[in-house]
Ligand binder design. Sequence first.
Ligand code: T1G
Length: 714
Amino acid sequence: MLQTETRPASLVRAETRDGIRILTLDSPPVNALGSRLCAEVIRELEAAIADSAVTAIVFAGANGLFSGGADVNEFQAPPPPGSKNIRDVIATVEKSDKTFVAAIDGNALGGALELALACDYRVGSNNARVGLPEILLGLLPGAGGTQRLPRLLSARNPMNNGLAGVQMALDMMLKGESKNATQAKGMGILDDVALGAVERAVELAKTKAGTKARVSRFTFIVLPSMTAMAHGMVPPEERGGLAAHKLIDAVEAASEMEFKYGLAHERRLFEELVRSGPAQAAIHLFFAERELGKIPNLAGDVKPKEIKSAAVVGAGTMGTGIAMVFANAGIPVSVIDVNPEQVERGRANIASTYEGQVKKGRIAADVAKARTEGVKFVGDYAAIADVDVVIEAVFESMKVKKEVFAALDKALKPGAILASNTSTLDIDEMASMTSRPGQVVGLHFFAPANIMQLLEIVRGKSTSDETLVTATALAKRLRKKGVVSGNAFGFIGNRMLFDYIREANFLLEEGATPMQIDGAMKDFGFPMGPFGMSDLSGIDVFYKISLEAPKAPYRTSEIAARLYEQGRYGQKTGKGFFIYEDGKREPVEDPGVNDLIAAESKRLGIKRRRIKDEEIVERCIYALINEGARIIEDGIAQRSSDIDLVYLNGYGFPAYRGGPMFFADQTGLHDVVRTLKSIAAQPGSDLGVWTPAPLLARLAHQGQTFSAFKGQPK
Ligand code: T1G
């Protein structure tokens, strides 16, 4: 019987036109330059280089782009010995005397642009985009980008001895931003832009065959003041700035060292970074974001409904913020509010927000005008009868929300989706007021809605797959990170936050001060601590939410309630846990509050003690992790990386730590469980809170991680 050997399809297409060998990268979805693709490219390259009939070589990409760069999957573990990578491909090019042209159609990012920079010439199509975004992955361009880009831009932008070009290169790499075809041509990265990049590249290769324009031979200077300034503008290494500082060092080395030594130095720095915590955290988050829209167990291929218009009920700060989100995405939106003063305040909020953005040069005046006009204020439900989606953003009271849902159900067309911006309340209860529970969903925006990236998409027990898919697609269109959550009090973010805040208050009772606790959490990497956050969101808001919350099976502190009773609501009243002088946002310690706390300790019979920052961080972060584990177990979160994205995009968890669940994985679940048990063993500790969640205990026992756990969502 004839044996047919099925050889995996080649990832490189090779063809020759008039002596020009065109090597097309073809590894869907993004031609990621992983070890297999690199090995195949090298094989094709060596064949072309050895072929005397080949006068020049053109690189191109299939699947609508050049390439998304190195395969990021391969950075999650050390590469197998002997495996090829983009550096090996580039070394093969650099060694050859042939002429090389890169034909860039669509994206050429990271290692893909580094390959193009190693070529003699680069041609882009009109939709070409080039960039070295490695810093967004906690890395630096590790295949010559830090050595070649400053050389090229310094040569192409010779003003001020080429220093302008070097600054461009530094900025581009430190921001991780990509450039479109026009910008890239203007900077000198692309030698030409044409409708058909491959055709133009072949033409150029023919005329340039036998010539060389290797960037590696260029030299450039960089002033110590420039790199010193650059170091000064990025965060400290231990606060998320590790990759940036090493990147600047690599560029400095590029100006001082011979090319091959600079390259070796860049490689050393890259190897240090790729194994670092911040890089592994960034790579975790890269894939976490790509997992977001994937909802397990959907019945078949459910298509999202089209959203052509929207409405928001309530012209308060959240309501108008949400309206601006829709206007910014070009979706016509109406805001309905029966209170004329509130409507005026809402209008003013929108106008001042866009004026501010124009002043800061973030948007043009005509865009601001179009967006402001994109928000209509109406006085009754009949005016929004035809919208595709409505978001209720009224006062956080179940009674009020149920009345609104009943009214919306009557007024809106049958196909419309009814959503609530509630931050804690039961979506099913609101849905029960309608004839369309399948079209009811939670869309929980975070304040300020037009700034914060996070959107919790709350799935009720009757929410249909179509409504859910429509909501996740809408989140992408609104440029939000749409995280699907089950319907439980506080959903994902706030449910964990209650435990975090509760533990912070217990630490106050036991001897710490608000300033000390916030200081410790800021040192951990949060932009503000639990008490600065309480004062910003409003102690009254937390207090009222706690009244609606189901009775907790454990003790909670009463310190916030004491402050509420004294009318200390936080920044809005100029005092809360801290004092805010003359409307400033800087928290000032208030000895009166420390006295109030000490009195509370006395009332509870708690002997105050000196508490180390380490204990503060441990108890606050581990409270988050343990509750996070319960949330995964309850199926409220689909995966642990969703929780990480919630905490990064909604609660300021430091990105370079990857989120609470990733932080736990990095720490080691075994150690996390041991610490939880040691906290539980302390006198006065609440076992209900500190007993490790069953999932956490099980994974720790099995030597597993949260990231690897693919539990069943409810
Ligand atoms: N490696 C592996 N997988 C990748 C990938 C990559 N570089 N880029 C994308 N994917 C996967 C992604 O996970 C998703 O998979 C699918 O492709 C579509 O992606 C040595 C060190 C290219 C602009 O940082 O910015 O080169 O979810 O949903 O919106 O110096 O992807 O379908 O299973 O994002 O059309 C540097 C990263 C690497 C670019 C396309 N490169 N990628 O956007 O699709 S480090 C980057 C992107 C490097 C060298 C260094 C975007 C895109 P799945 P997608 P998209």
